[in-house]
Design a protein around this ligand. Structure first.
Ligand code: 5MY
Ligand code: ATP
Length: 347
């Protein structure tokens, strides 16, 4: 069992299912630049992660560690003070809790991909840019990449339904001709934000080159749709007929998990010399980019949030799909929905 001291960990970030803490102590140098990911109360996702030979190079190296109940209880008490908004009102014993401590006392230790950046621009739903002096990080969820049969895609319809702004549709990344505009819109949004960002002048080309050269979006497209005929309609035939969690096939769980992963692109510049040295040896998740043979960049691509979803989510999935169908958004030409990309030519 690992003995950590709650005083050395502070809140870093959170999602629907997990809370991330950052190490700020100095008693263990191995923990510098590390994050600890702990399950939030109510998180029913499985401890198991997606297995995939295609994606394994993109997985962030992480380690599952067993933690003491004392550490988790101390952390709970600390977080209730610093982040009361994350608390679940009352647990079974009446105590307010944020982190699950009664299931299994373990957490995931992993590198902090945002260690070199200190500013964040929220560009829209599922799209953030983080930057510092030497690195720029694009964080996005490439959700629901599929062969579109309706006018508008599930991503844009759900964003619209929830009143969120649509900056970019991920389906554009499936078509080579549409990638440059996808990148351009990101840079335009960043310029509008008036942040002063290193590499902004090269960013459009970096992103375009990256998504054309690297296979990650193609892999996700294949794997998200592996068990269906890669259309939403075929998903619907399965999901809308499900009556209980026991009926949910593992294939559906895997697809749903992969439709909700987060992608990080860590971008930093290289000298010409370093570029020349590494250009023939660089490995799969990394992509080297040369702009006009004048500036050079390395893009490191990582995927996070790969824990298998619980089959108990099937009712939520069904309700979401039914809501979208009934809203008429899939076929609508109103509300600024302009029709999403139907071409898939990147694989
Ligand atoms: O239903 P969706 O598409 O909105 O996805 C949910 C996500 O919403 P999003 O649209 O990405 O803002 C939602 O993300 P946020 O918490 O909204 O960032 C979760 O990722 C949720 O999964 P889980 O309950 O944490 O396992 C996600 O639920 P799943 O559908 O992946 O189970
Ligand atoms: N290794 C990492 N380095 C830097 N930031 C990270 C890392 N892992 C996660 N994060 C940040 O923390 C946020 C929440 O993490 P994570 O996706 O694991 O939580 P979650 O509860 O599973 O999310 P969701 O709501 O999508 O289910 C991420 O969106 C990301 O901004």
């Amino acid at each position: 069992m690992t003995t950590f001291d709650a005083r050395e960990w502070v809140y870093f970030s959170s999602g629907n299912a997990n809370i991330l803490l950052k190490y700020v102590g100095n008693s263990d140098p191995n923990l510098t630049k590390k994050l600890l990911r702990l399950k939030r109360v109510g998180n029913k996702n499985c401890d198991e992660r997606i297995k995939s030979d295609l994606l394994k190079d993109y997985f962030l190296h992480s380690k599952c560690i067993e933690l003491s109940s004392k550490f988790l209880l101390d952390l709970n008490h600390k977080l209730i003070k610093t982040n009361p908004e994350l608390a679940v009102p009352a647990s079974t014993n009446g105590e307010i809790l944020l982190i699950s401590i009664f299931a299994r006392n373990h957490g995931i230790l992993m590198p902090n991909l945002l260690n070199e950046v200190n500013n964040t621009v929220h560009l829209g739903n599922h799209l953030k840019v983080h930057y510092g002096d030497s690195e720029l990080v694009l964080e996005m969820k490439p959700k629901w990449l599929y062969n579109l049969k309706t006018r508008n895609c599930r991503n844009c319809c759900l964003s619209k339904y929830r009143g969120k702004q649509i900056i970019n549709c991920p389906l554009d990344l499936l078509c080579e001709n549409k990638i440059p505009n996808w990148s351009k819109r990101i840079v335009q949004k960043l310029r509008d934000s008036e942040h002063s960002i290193n590499y902004i002048n090269s960013l459009e080309l970096i992103l375009t080159e990256f998504f054309m050269k690297n296979k990650i979006i193609g892999y996700l497209f294949m794997l998200q749709n592996r068990y269906y005929d890669s259309s939403r309609e075929s998903y619907n035939r399965r999901i809308l007929n499900l009556k209980s969690a026991d009926e949910v096939p593992i294939e559906l769980i895997e697809s749903q998990t992969l439709r909700d992963v987060t992608l990080f692109l860590n971008i930093h510049s290289l000298s010409r010399n370093n570029y020349d040295i590494v250009k023939d040896t660089v490995d799969k998740p990394k992509t080297l980019i040369s702009i006009n043979n004048d500036s050079f960049f390395e893009v490191d691509c990582k995927l996070i949030d790969l824990d298998l979803k619980t089959s108990l989510k099937f009712e939520y999935w069904k309700e979401t799909e039914l809501k979208l169908i009934e809203s008429g958004l899939y076929t609508s030409d109103k509300y600024g929905l302009v029709g999403c990309n139907r071409i898939v030519d990147i694989i």
